[in-house]
Design a protein around this ligand. Structure first.
Ligand code: LLP
Length: 420
């Protein structure tokens, strides 16, 4: 894609802003995002879906900072949410409730009530038990809840087991062979109104094939369900499209949609309203995390580079052994050394990159790449480390969209000991 985050004149820029200037002004660790990169990612989906009745529901779990949600809301996106907290964030960012879909296996009654009260677009229901509870909650409120059932197409998305969700043996969705019966049940409940069908087969998917497999399986179900007189207005194919972290070559959204639409048309389903729930592919490569080198610690077998960002800021390497590129903000012309880049947290799992050749000195800034998705939104306070600050860049403008947390922020909800 276009180089929204790239080197110019010997240093790293995000659009027309020098990363070094932002690091100096706001300190580190610091997340910096390109709004133009996010808009371009949405546009790639929109191009692929041109001329179709389609809605892109940004899966905000990938990055739910309010200003980022505003960027997507203004670009015409709806939202895929998974909690009452995400619902409030989406509303706060100006999302139209009818453009929100509510996913997740464990919605509480309180979350259902609130979503019904604001007029949410659809509940993506994940079990029969949830159907019954939602029916009850909706009847109590004298409304009908719009529902789609998340079906489990049992395809292998060929991704990391922790982020693969379409296989039979995981907690998500309703098994393919139980789906028809679940739809009959849903259609019989007075508090529900069946509006669609959905699936989501996993995350960081780098080929078209698993999507086509899932689509075929879902269309088989659509035909069986409609044959029973239960009309489905929309088809939600979830998210999951991967990004390039390190040498992967995922299809572009346009290419993916070309293949899927061709299959939909061939089977006579081209008229259907389409929903999708991309997260990572809209924000992942739109962001970096800037960190300062604190110490170099050469050893006999390994050399460590200790930086001020850690697993609480960037949990993906520790959780999934994920690879994130690490590059100097201002490259030096010295010969590089091979380092393990690690954070200050007291865990051996607190590493950001292994065996990275870098020419750096203490005080230098490094940029951790592909940090727009599932980094800040998964950040924690472990070791009483406040969450990093976030800056959004658009052209030559930069705005602080999240101030760095202070220690007082961290213990605000705590109470001093009052017992004897
Ligand atoms: N829809 C549903 C129902 C989902 O569960 C997810 C992600 C998405 C959409 C968005 O998927 P995406 O387009 O972002 O792949 N923390 C992990 C990723 C977990 C994904 C969970 N579900 C990571 O850092 O790789």
């Amino acid at each position: 894609g276009a180089p929204y985050i790239a080197y110019r004149d010997g240093e790293l820029w995000v659009e027309d802003v020098r990363v070094a200037d932002l690091a100096r002004e706001h300190g580190t660790p610091l997340f910096v995002y390109s709004a133009t990169a996010m808009r371009a990612a949405v546009a790639a989906y929109q191009r692929g879906l041109q001329g179709r009745d389609a809605l892109i529901c940004y899966a905000m779990k990938a990055n739910s900072t309010l200003a980022i949600l505003e960027v997507f809301a203004r670009a015409g996106c709806g939202f895929d949410i998974v909690s009452g907290g995400e619902l409030e964030r989406a509303l706060r960012a100006g999302a139209a409730p009818q453009r929100i879909v509510f996913s997740g296996v464990g919605k509480t009654r309180a979350e259902m009530r609130r979503a019904l009260d604001v007029g949410i677009g659809c509940f993506n229901v994940e079990s029969r038990a949830e159907l019954d509870v939602l029916d009850e909650v909706a009847r109590e409120r004298g409304v009908r809840a719009p529902v789609s059932l998340r079906v489990n197409p049992d395809v292998d998305a060929q991704t990391h087991p922790y982020i693969s969700t379409g296989l039979r043996d995981n907690k998500f969705g309703i098994a393919h062979e139980e789906a028809l019966d679940a739809y009959r049940h849903a259609a019989s409940l007075r508090g529900l109104s069946v509006v669609g069908i959905d699936c989501h087969i996993g995350s960081q998917i780098t080929s078209v094939a698993p999507y086509l497999d899932a689509l075929e399986r879902v269309l088989d179900l659509v035909e069986a369900i409609e044959a029973e007189g239960i009309p489905l207005h929309h088809l939600d194919l979830g998210g999951g499209l991967g990004i390039e972290y390190h040498g992967e070559h995922p299809p572009t959204p346009d290419a993916l949609w070309q293949a899927l639409l061709a299959r939909l048309d061939a089977r006579g389903h081209g008229h259907r309203r389409l929903l999708l729930e991309p997260g990572r592919s809209l924000v992942g490569n739109a962001g970096i995390c800037v960190t300062e080198v604190l110490y170099t610690k050469p050893g006999s077998s390994k050399h460590f580079l200790i930086v001020d960002a850690a697993m609480n800021d960037l949990p993906r390497p520790a959780m999934y052994e994920a690879y994130h590129a690490i590059a100097p903000v201002r490259p030096r012309t010295e010969p590089p050394t091979v380092w393990d880049v690690v954070g200050p947290v007291c865990e051996s799992g607190d590493w950001l990159g292994r065996d990275r050749a870098l020419a750096v000195r203490p005080g230098d800034w490094l940029a951790v790449g592909s940090a727009g998705a599932y980094c800040m939104s998964m950040a924690s306070h472990y070791n009483t480390r406040g969450k990093a600050a976030e800056v959004l860049v658009s052209g030559a403008q930069a705005q602080l969209i999240r101030a760095r947390e202070t220690v007082a922020d961290l213990w605000r909800q705590e109470r001093a000991l009052a017992l004897d």
